[in-house]
Design a protein around this ligand. Structure first.
Ligand code: SAM
Length: 248
């Protein structure tokens, strides 16, 4: 049926494309993508040749209007990004928003996302995570954002590119208590995949030990703050103790 299909693609290993993604890509009248060359390669690998529509950060609104017209004419449009799930630290959200506002159907096709892959293999035991994505590049802004996150008890999830990994890990080591666990998940699903966990204070040293460790794409997971029992909990405990004494 006519709809905008938001299709997750692999984050490294091409076999991570889903059967449903291939089926939808095959049926699509056009594929809206971040980079036509990149998506062209992926489709070619599976023997698919499709009309590709470039949809990146700078033309998303205008492309959305063209896609809406095609959806209204009954077409199926697939939306992909270069890697992983569209609209997660990637373009796509504006198109989805415009298509939904036009009253048209949007169907997600779940698949790879670097954040979820890293969380699943981290061994950090916490059901809650706070997705930050990329930190600001400017040191002052980066530090201000990290300070604002100091008290958060959820696992913090960051994305980082190779050229900034050292700066970002140094900033984390500066901003947080030294014993907090940091997971560095590098090149997930790729040949040089590596998942290293250590206290955040030791992470800059670990990265410096071997230049290879600074290469590739990273997800950083930082253990959340130890939860402090707030004043409300303490008062509840006090009342409960008195009640229990009364009962005995
Ligand atoms: N949409 C993607 C997703 O669903 O995860 C994220 C795209 S974002 C532009 C690219 C960033 O995602 C990289 O800088 C890195 O932080 C993370 N990333 C993507 N692929 C990765 C991989 N194979 N291993 C580790 N991190 C990855």
């Amino acid at each position: 049926a006519s709809a905008l299909y938001v299709v997750a693609t692999p984050i490294g290993n091409v076999s991570d494309v889903t059967l449903r993604a291939l089926h939808v890509l095959q049926l699509a009248d056009a594929v809206a993508c971040e980079d036509t060359r990149n998506t062209g390669h992926l489709l070619a690998r599976y023997g698919l040749a499709k009309e590709l529509v470039a949809a990146h950060e700078h033309n998303e609104r205008e492309v959305a209007q063209r896609l809406i017209a095609r959806l209204q004419a009954g077409q199926r449009i697939a939306l992909v990004s270069d890697a992983g799930t569209p609209a997660v630290s990637d373009p796509g959200a504006r198109i989805v928003d415009a298509v939904r506002a036009a009253g048209l159907r949007v169907i997600p096709l779940p698949g790879a996302s670097a954040a979820v892959a890293a969380l699943s293999a981290s061994g950090l035991v916490n059901d809650r995570f706070h997705f930050i994505g990329f930190l600001p590049a400017k040191p002052a802004q980066r530090m201000a954002q990290l300070e604002a996150l100091r008290a958060a008890s959820s696992t913090l999830v960051f994305y980082e590119a190779p050229h900034r990994i050292v700066d970002t890990v140094n900033a984390l080591a500066q901003a947080f208590e030294p014993t907090r666990q940091l997971v560095l998940a590098r090149e997930l699903t790729k040949l040089f995949e590596e998942i290293h966990r250590c206290p955040v204070a030791e992470a800059p040293g670990w990265l410096a030990q071997d230049a290879h460790r600074q290469k590739g794409e990273f997800v950083l997971l930082l253990e959340g703050a130890a939860e402090e029992r707030d004043a409300g909990d303490a008062e509840a405990d006090r009342v409960l103790t008195i009640l229990l004494q009364e009962c005995s």
